[in-house]
Design a protein around this ligand. Structure first.
Ligand SMILES: C[S@@+](CC[C@H](N)C(=O)[O-])C[C@H]1O[C@@H](n2cnc3c(N)ncnc32)[C@H](O)[C@@H]1O
Length: 446
């Protein structure tokens, strides 16, 4: 683990606005992810530890997301350019981050090569556990620049380096989607669009587009409630965000609430609700009596915050959707089951996921979600609707789950989008979500 005292020590020697400082913090984030932490958690821990201001946060975040999208290539290059894995792990992190910037490919790479090398060497020199490795950092990065063409030619033969995914992920995607795998992997490496959902209780798509354009933003309406901001900015800078005019939500995620055809007065359960994106949308569409349940107390607070910003209300409750101890025994008219999954369909937003997941995760999570679905089914009114949603592209979590739901007593499968694939062209605006909708045959009661 990186010694935070050393970060504070080097604070004195490196200016926080220098690339060297940012590379060192991003290297720390990289190490945390390599140890299994999610990228958002790793970022907040590394940045909180140095009390980083907004500018540093943004810059470190850029490098950290960028290197996750290049990690297959940087791992290949590190192996080619060093005799054995460099130690300590922070040194590996620093090399990965510097190499990812030297590879270019997005905004994070707005530095000249000589600046990146110079700043990476300074970063090493400023940190007690890396100062002896200054020479190595210099040698590795300069050799990369000298031999770049031949190294990249060699890397093109290595699937993980070429696609920037673990081998098993590439193999699985190719096997499941023999015609679209390349497009799925390529789109997964692109920065995601910034898509907003318009809160129709407060404004309209057309009125919001006018407001955003008057504030200097270019917009594109891409769905009944969805607008893409063509010039992405941090959420606080999105016009009307703090007033609840819009929420940040992918276009595919915006399909969930309308599928349930909600009517005023319905008793609705959002069973895995945090952070409340889909809860908010359901409440924008109808005056429903919504129970927003989530197992995670910390994430549950995010629902309250999101709904308060939108001017909406629901009952929120901590509870486990595989159990019924939180249920008042009154059946629900509609249930949204946005079950836990590998999130393999939203990797462009979470580029760390591919490196954190293991091949057997989908099977294990499918077992949990199966338990959740069987339990929730007993809480649905005869004639009611249950929507299964996942943000996965693996069939064991999506289509196979839907097939087993269809075998539950009284289940009738209704039309719904099924598997949405994030592929080039018209689907580029959609994350890889899955939807299956069921009604419970009238006359059955539990
Ligand atoms: C995909 S996220 C839900 C996203 C949310 N529906 C939205 O649109 O903002 C899945 C959620 O399921 C929750 N969860 C996982 N296992 C659960 C369980 N057994 N019972 C209830 N919630 C659970 C997680 O804490 C997580 O917040």
């Amino acid at each position: 683990m990186t010694d935070q005292k050393h970060f504070r020590t080097q604070n004195a020697t490196l200016r926080p606005d220098s690339l060297a400082f940012r590379l060192l913090v991003a290297a720390d984030v990289f190490c945390r992810v390599a140890r299994g932490q999610s990228l958002p958690n790793a970022l907040s821990q590394s940045l909180d530890a140095i009390a980083a201001d907004t500018t540093i946060r943004g810059a470190v975040q850029d490098i950290s997301y960028h290197v996750m999208r290049k990690r297959g290539m940087t791992a290949f290059l590190c192996a080619e350019l060093t005799d054995k894995p460099p130690k300590p792990p922070l040194l590996q992190g620093l090399l990965h981050c510097a190499l990812s910037l030297l590879l270019h490919g997005n905004d994070a790479a707005r530095y000249e090569s000589y600046t990146i090398v110079d700043q990476a060497v300074r970063a090493a020199g400023s940190h007690p556990s890396l100062s002896r490795a200054k020479g190595l950092v210099n040698a590795v990065l300069r050799r990369f620049l000298r031999e770049k063409n031949s190294l990249l030619e060699k890397a093109a033969q290595n699937r993980s380096a070429h696609w920037n995914y673990p081998d098993w992920w590439i193999d699985r995607t190719e096997k499941i989607y023999p015609d679209q795998w390349m497009s799925i992997l390529a789109v997964g490496n692109m920065p995601p669009p910034l898509t907003l959902r318009v809160n129709i209780r407060k404004t309209t798509v057309a009125a919001y587009c006018r407001l955003a354009e008057a504030a200097g933003f270019r917009t594109a309406a891409i769905g009944p409630f969805a607008i893409k901001l063509l010039d992405p900015v941090p959420v606080q800078e999105i016009p009307g965000f703090m007033d609840g005019l819009v929420s940040v939500q992918d276009a595919a995620a915006q399909l969930a609430a309308p599928l349930l055809a909600l009517k005023d007065g319905m008793k609705v359960l959002d069973a895995c609700a945090a952070p409340g994106g889909k809860s908010g949308h359901m409440l924008e569409l109808a005056d429903i009596d919504l129970l927003a349940l989530d197992r995670d107390r910390h994430r549950l607070r995010m629902i309250d915050e999101n709904l308060a910003r939108l001017g909406l209300k629901a009952k929120t409750r901590q509870g486990d959707a595989t159990r019924s101890d939180w249920w008042d025994k009154t059946p629900f008219d509609c249930i949204l089951a946005d079950v836990p999954c590998t999130a393999s369909g939203i990797i462009r937003r979470h580029p760390d996921i591919r490196w954190l997941r293991r091949p057997y995760d989908a099977r294990e999570l499918a077992m949990l979600s199966r338990k959740i679905l069987e339990n929730l089914w007993t809480m649905l009114k005869p004639g009611g609707k249950l929507l299964l949603a996942t943000c996965s592209i693996w069939p064991e979590e999506s289509e196979r789950q839907a097939a087993s739901l269809a075998s539950l007593p009284g289940a009738v499968r209704l039309p719904a989008p099924g598997q949405l694939l994030p592929i080039s062209g018209e689907r580029e605006d959609h994350d890889g979500l899955f939807y299956a909708l069921f009604s419970k045959h009238n006359g059955l009661s539990y």
